[in-house]
Write a protein that binds this ligand. Structure first.
Ligand SMILES: Cc1cc2nc3c(=O)[nH]c(=O)nc-3n(C[C@H](O)[C@H](O)[C@H](O)COP(=O)(O)OP(=O)(O)OC[C@H]3O[C@@H](n4cnc5c(N)ncnc54)[C@H](O)[C@@H]3O)c2cc1C
Length: 386
């Protein structure tokens, strides 16, 4: 088998998984990450279905289970912190999807990185500045390192991918803002409330306290048209936006905003859909959020892991024909992505209603139905003697 020299841009969920599978198939892998170290922020994300199988084959499933967050329930509060409704997540999950794992995004990235770090070369604090491909390779220039030539370059650099911008076209061609922004910040001074998630809604806004292996997270989601001049790397800008959006909505939000003020790594991004028609162009391809973001409700990680496995398999089957490999990877993985991209806006509207009337309806219909479902499942179990 011919060995490929592969450059991966982005040490996130997709990039680290791809590095593992390519290195395991004896390709030479370099991963560059814009950040100075592995990013640690982010709320828990799901590892489901195909991705859970891939994790099993990487021998990391046990570590992921150990790191996983066992969410018991979701409680909706009013602005005084009084309980309005509750959904028994543990019961619903154990009957609908017992194999799914929910892991803090930072823990997932760390475990994937550790699995691949011994066999791939990771360079932090680096970014690509130019790409020029011909029939036999890709010439790459970097912000800091000297230029190098690779057989193949993969953009696993997320929603704002530099590889997509340099090799496929401007963001405006592919990225559609879904109308929401999301942010998470760790609350090191607080304690987890035994697996319970608490949520406070105001029209168009949600603030939540999410349990996360002992150190909970504050989670913010809000509806807002595209913010002019929004920069996904500008921490000070993110802090200002959260401060003005969430001031005065009650409950423990002032404490959350204190944590925002002191944060050094915080996740804040627009919720967006990415649609790129062809994920491969010659010797350059896109993976994960860079090609097909479905952001917000955690499925992006499952897709990133499953997609990375499929892409490594395709490249290993036909290393001399990267374009053919990219087409096969998209033909298989594209079906899974399409099934997940459909329901983003309707799910977001249920969880973060935009108006007072929407909030009233959501409490009575969505929360009560889900709460009732939990009761039905528990009763069914009792009757079956489980
Ligand atoms: C810090 C962080 C926190 C997140 N938190 C959440 C969350 O709470 N909820 C949720 O649903 N999703 C979250 N996401 C997104 C989620 O991780 C992805 O939707 C999903 O896992 C798909 O993974 P990905 O590897 O394609 O992209 P990502 O996980 O976003 O990884 C992309 C990586 O590329 C790096 N990168 C970006 N630009 C460059 C560049 N120019 N050069 C080199 N590297 C670059 C980024 O720093 C990042 O490490 C978060 C992403 C990040 C980076």
């Amino acid at each position: 088998m011919a060995r490929l020299e592969v450059l991966i841009s982005g040490a996130g969920i997709a990039g680290c998984t791809l590095a593992y599978w390519l290195a395991r198939n004896r390709h030479a892998v370099t991963v560059i990450e814009r950040s100075g170290s592995l990013r640690s922020s982010g709320s828990p994300v799901d590892v489901r279905g195909l991705a859970a199988d891939v994790a099993e084959r990487m021998n990391i499933a046990a570590r992921l289970r150990e790191a996983s967050i066992r969410l018991k329930g979701m409680t909706l509060l009013d602005s005084e912190g009084r309980r309005v409704a509750r959904v028994d997540i543990a019961t619903l999950r154990s009957s609908i999807a017992p194999k799914d794992m929910e892991v803090a995004r930072g823990d997932l990235a760390r475990i994937l990185h550790e699995a691949s770090a011994g066999d791939a070369d990771y360079v932090f604090g680096e970014s690509i500045t130019a790409l020029a491909q011909d029939e036999t390779g890709v010439d790459v220039t970097f912000e800091r390192s000297r230029p190098r030539r690779f057989d193949v370059v993969i953009g696993a650099d997320g929603l704002h991918s530099i590889v997509r911008r340099l090799a496929f076209g401007a963001d405006s061609e592919f990225v559609r803002h879904a109308g929401l922004y999301a942010a998470t910040v760790s609350l090191p001074g607080s304690r987890d409330a035994a697996g319970e998630m608490f949520m406070l809604n105001a029209p168009g806004k949600l603030a939540a306290l999410h349990p996360c292996q002992g150190v909970p997270l504050a989670y913010f989601i809000f509806w807002r048209p595209e913010i002019p001049g929004f920069d996904d790397t500008d921490l000070d800008q993110h802090k200002r936006i959260l401060e003005t959006t969430f001031a005065g909505i009650g409950w423990r939000v002032p404490e959350f905003l204190d944590a925002v003020r002191g944060a050094r790594d915080m996740y804040f991004d627009s919720v967006a859909r990415v649609d790129v028609a062809n994920w491969g162009r010659g010797r350059i391809a896109l993976l994960g959020d860079a090609s097909s973001c479905v952001s917000l409700f955690g499925d992006g990680s499952t897709l990133a892991i499953a997609g990375a496995h499929e892409l490594a398999k395709a490249l290993t089957e036909s290393p001399a024909d990267p374009q053919g490999a990219f087409s096969r990877y998209q033909a298989v993985h594209g079906k899974l992505v399409a099934s997940k991209q459909k329901n983003l806006i309707s799910t977001a509207s249920r969880i973060v209603p935009r108006t007072s009337a929407g909030l009233w309806l959501s409490t009575r219909v969505f929360w009560r139905t889900m709460g009732g479902l939990g009761t039905v499942v528990r009763l069914g179990r009792k009757l079956r003697g489980q």
